[in-house]
Ligand binder design. Structure first.
Ligand code: HPA
Length: 225
């Protein structure tokens, strides 16, 4: 049984696999899910979609827990900070930097400290490695919603980041607190430079939709998770 969190572009393909719409009740709000025999899909940004800083991260991740999902892949678009990671490629990061500047936890009433040294899921990475262009690399999470300045991009490179996006740190932190093994699958949609526009990134996501759909379907069909 696998959990998938991602954009609405995956919806129709998963519906074809027998997904049924349901609402999962959590104490952070109801979460619409598409539930199949061996997968549960959550549309990260909801419908109508909200920007990254408004996503209901607590509710989304808690909905997976409520459905007893132990493995979650997160389809996330990113900008590339390196010349050798080209737009159009798919990357499985294995480390995380968090520049959201916010606290992401389910534990507000007592001190609980989860171990985040290995922030993502080695088992899922191993399973997915053959289907993607690159395994390994550091994902930096910014607050957004604007893209990075030149100085921010250079800072992220200096700190060892390879790709940058706006959603993974909250999900990874919350998933770890619920013992969910969480792995981002990153769609590289732009180089972080002065030419990036929102429209360009959206059209690149669209171009990559059929490939990512295929990868997700493969993962669902493969057993052992
Ligand atoms: N920066 C941050 N987030 C992103 C980018 C980017 O360049 N592209 C897609 N998500």
């Amino acid at each position: 049984m696998i959990g998938i969190i991602g954009g609405s572009g995956l919806y129709s393909g998963l519906k074809e696999l027998g997904g049924e719409e349901r609402k999962v009740r959590t104490k952070f709000g109801d979460v619409p899910v598409l539930a199949g025999e061996n997968f549960v899909f959550i549309s990260r940004h909801g419908n109508p979609p909200v920007p990254p800083h408004m996503v209901k991260y607590h509710a989304n991740i808690d909905a997976f827990r409520a459905m007893r999902i132990k493995y979650v892949v997160a389809i996330s678009s990113v900008g590339s900070l390196r010349n050798d990671i080209a737009p159009g490629s798919i990357v499985l990061p294995d480390d995380l930097l968090d520049f959201t500047g916010r606290v992401w936890t389910y534990h507000n009433d007592e001190p609980v400290h989860a171990n985040l040294y290995e922030p993502f899921c080695p088992e899922l990475r191993e399973k997915l490695e053959k289907m993607v262009d690159r395994s390994g690399g550091t994902y930096a999470t910014t607050k957004g919603p604007q893209f990075e300045t030149r100085a921010e991009a250079n800072m992220l490179r200096t700190l060892g980041a390879d790709v940058v996006g706006m959603t993974v740190a909250p999900e990874a932190r919350l998933a770890r607190e619920l013992d969910i093994c969480y792995q981002p699958i990153c769609l590289v949609v732009n180089y972080v430079d002065g030419n990036t526009t929102h429209e360009n990134t959206v059209s690149m996501v669209k171009k990559m939709e059929s490939r990512i759909s295929e990868i997700v379907r493969e993962l669902i069909k493969s057993d052992g998770i």
